[in-house]
Write a protein that binds this ligand. Sequence first.
Ligand SMILES: CC(=O)SCCNC(=O)CCNC(=O)[C@H](O)C(C)(C)COP(=O)(O)OP(=O)(O)OC[C@H]1O[C@@H](n2cnc3c(N)ncnc32)[C@H](O)[C@@H]1OP(=O)(O)O
Ligand SMILES: CC(C)C(=O)C(=O)O
Ligand SMILES: [Mg+2]
Length: 516
Amino acid sequence: MPKKVYIFDTTLRDGEQSPGVSLNVQEKLEIARQLERLGVDAIEAGFPVASKGDFEAVKAIAQNVRRPVIVALARAVKQDIDRAWEAIKYAARPRIHTFIATSDIHMKYKLKMEPEEVLKRAVEMVSYAKSLCEDVEFSPEDGTRTRPEFLFKVLEAVIDAGATVINIPDTVGYAMPEEFGALIRSIRENVRNIDKVMLSVHCHNDLGLAVANSLAAIRNGAQQVECTINGLGERAGNAALEEIVMAIKTRSDYFNYYTDIVTEQIYRTSTMVSHLTGVHVQPNKAIVGANAFAHESGIHQHGVLSNRQTYEIMTPESIGLKQSQMVLGKHSGRHAFEERLKELGFTNLMPEEINAAFEKFKDLADKKKYVMDKDIEALVNEKVLKVPETYELEYFHISSGNTSIATSTVKIRRDNEIFEEAACGDGPVDATFKAIDRAIGIEVTLKDYYLRAVTSGKDALGEVTVKIGKNGDVYIGRGLSTDIIEASAKAYINAINKMVMEQNSKNGHNGEEKGD
Ligand SMILES: CC(=O)SCCNC(=O)CCNC(=O)[C@H](O)C(C)(C)COP(=O)(O)OP(=O)(O)OC[C@H]1O[C@@H](n2cnc3c(N)ncnc32)[C@H](O)[C@@H]1OP(=O)(O)O
Ligand SMILES: CC(C)C(=O)C(=O)O
Ligand SMILES: [Mg+2]
């Protein structure tokens, strides 16, 4: 039978110890309500002696969030414990969590106490907390750097004094997974009455091992893990709740454990915590990062389109995301591109049209980080509504500035002929249009010019629409590029090509403008 792992969330206590994070009462209450929806077993709501605000937040959570155990932290100091109890006594299931450091370095330099004094204080304060609250958790701070014999002695004594939960912190993220697993096993084997209490772990991520250490501990007898949303916490943070939970769920074949977490609430909780704390989630963060369910490369996209399990070991729906994302970029392939065309409603394109659009897409993706749906629509529409390219822009160069006259040089191809001209103008667009007029040997009137960004961002595609007039007729041209001068030149030449096409069909010949 799979065994339950209890999830103790300390986002509102250790998570709030992240530099720069400070949550007010309302924000803490909002997160606590979401943690309840997420299904955590315990919420460490704060450190009531730390400030009046934290006291009020813990009290409000104790009064309003009824299902999980509500925990308040206290040093092994009577005043801290009184304050903690004062805040959580309203809870349906209150717990006092008291701690004191047991490693030689912490006892000597920080507490300035002898080990025997620390032992005595731990016992006294657990007894005192027990006199107020039935459920008392004790943590030997810096447990992983504590001499094992002393650790066992302290743990036995606090269990005798009434502790109900023994939590082993890897306070400075020093442990290695096998080593930490062995420590938990040795506690199970050497501490009298350890089986009468819940054994918990609390891992920090200084070496990036908080989740690995927590999982190793579970496999060696830990029943509760302390963790935070998005891995928030002191320094490099704590073990990330979402990673532990999804590892246990995804690899149930390996762990044979389960949690009561409603995993579909993970994403919502992560975004709420990120929003309220102001700590952004890195895009490549496991489970909740923006890229965790996004595929950009063609080989992966092809695999996922055929069967999601080729590249997805868990479903986006399982963490509350609607669907995985196919990001179209320079590594994407034809399968994903064609699929996106279908989604965008381009269901009846000819193979040549798809090919042409795919080539354009690859060119664009070389210039642009993300190719948006609107970019694709614009590319396809440009191709589908294509006119014969009598004249093609080969090259352009502009020189422009706020203190100099804009000049533009263009090179234009018509079949095997190349026409190159330069012109000055009132700004780079005007100079470029004049240079094109000269190169093609045509005179048209620019009637309208319109520029818009097709997509957002600094590297957005610019779409230029121009109207040119000749002999009372008007021709509209469009051009697209991440460079607005290039988009302008393309739009202008596109309009000229339409004019040439119409004149040719009127005259019934293959008319040539240049040199006519
Ligand atoms: C590993 C962890 O995450 S532990 C939790 C860390 N979180 C925090 O510290 C956040 C909240 N802390 C605070 O608001 C303050 O530090 C307070 C209110 C707890 C104490 O503030 P101050 O009285 O100004 O003391 P200060 O923080 O400067 O120093 C800590 C004192 O507590 C003592 N102390 C530290 N841990 C413990 C402990 N577990 N049990 C008993 N005493 C302790 C230190 O030896 C030091 O004592 P001293 O003042 O006699 O030298
Ligand atoms: C208070 C304790 C459990 C702690 O946060 C730590 O040791 O990291
Ligand atoms: Mg901690």
